[in-house]
Design a binder for this molecule. Sequence first.
Ligand code: NAD
Ligand code: UFG
Length: 342
Amino acid sequence: MQVLVTGGAGYIGSHTVLSLLQSQYDVVVLDNLSNSSVESIKRVEHITGKSVTFIEGDVCDKAKLRQVFSDYTIESVIHFAALKAVGESAQIPLSYYQTNVHGSVCLLEVMQENKVNNFIFSSSATVYGEENQVPYVETMKLGTPSSPYGATKVMVERILADVALANAKFRGVSLRYFNPIGAHESGMIGEDPKGIPNNLLPYVAQVAVGKRDKLSIFGDDYPTQDGSCERDYLHVMDLAQGHVAALDWLNCHGDFTGVEAFNLGTGNGVSVFAIVNTFEQATDQRIPFEVSPRRAGDLAAFWANATKANQALNWQAKRSLQQMMIDTWRWQSNNPNGYLEQ
Ligand code: NAD
Ligand code: UFG
């Protein structure tokens, strides 16, 4: 069985490709390398001892997509390819709608032409918006995210619902990720942000390795226990295995049609101060920080109700916060410049 993984060279994609290979799936990756390096795929091949078919290409390029579906027997698609920087999405919204929404439409069109109906989409907790109360549960209505990035995820979820109404054979899964962090335990693959990291853990890791002076903690006056924001951090390998669980579920439920959403999180909220403390304790590194003003668009606290994925997919986030920190640090300290030559 061949699985097409768009964006498979990226952070979550590369860990998922690794898990798919270890679960006996054959993988074809399509990635335009706009935010990744093919080195991640080479390292996945090294770790697993298996090979990956890598195609450099854009999800908006329908001719390329048609070629891929004609050259390979694709049974399922996992769609990671997207732009993902929340702040940047407010500055260049059209690029976000182009890649994230138009790219998904192109992919779904070519899937339809080739009668491929199994689709797993990288959605996000951001689709719950500001309206819903925590913990977020899949029965809640889609909300209004504060960024164009978040809006693209809501739009694609809506598109999937419409595609399923029009095509009685469509089998879609939206996986709503909470905050993936950490790296594969080998320390060979991990998150390699270009430029200044937007996300907390890559920033903490770059402070620890001496590439940044200190962390800015965005706000200590939120209505939370210690005043900093709380998020549901999960290990990227647990998240990767969530994709395998979703694909196994689709393959075991041949009569399923429609679209199902699943939250992938631990169910626990953890504050920014707690992240810094746990990182320091787990790695024996010191993280100098200062408290800065709040970042626009940040919600005070959110975490998952992950019961649906626990029960239906038989999936659970198993790795501890301490493990997430140790694995982040192993990756960062072994690869201070990410996938660039050391
Ligand atoms: P990433 O940037 O590391 O991976 C995305 C990959 O897609 C990259 O390899 C990039 O080169 C590729 N890509 C981008 N535009 C493309 C295009 N037009 N055609 C082909 N390839 C393209 O990001 P990630 O953190 O691995 O995120 C993967 C997915 O998960 C994204 O859809 C993202 O929105 C979603 N997501 C991520 C998080 C998170 O915290 N990292 C949270 C929720 C959802
Ligand atoms: N933070 C800091 N300093 C930093 C970076 C982040 O204090 O340098 C704080 C933020 O204010 C926030 C928390 O750390 O309170 C987590 O921030 P991230 O940017 O790591 O993550 P977000 O929760 O803002 O967003 C992430 C993804 C989004 C996704 C969302 C929900 O980046 O794509 O989780 O899944 F939509």
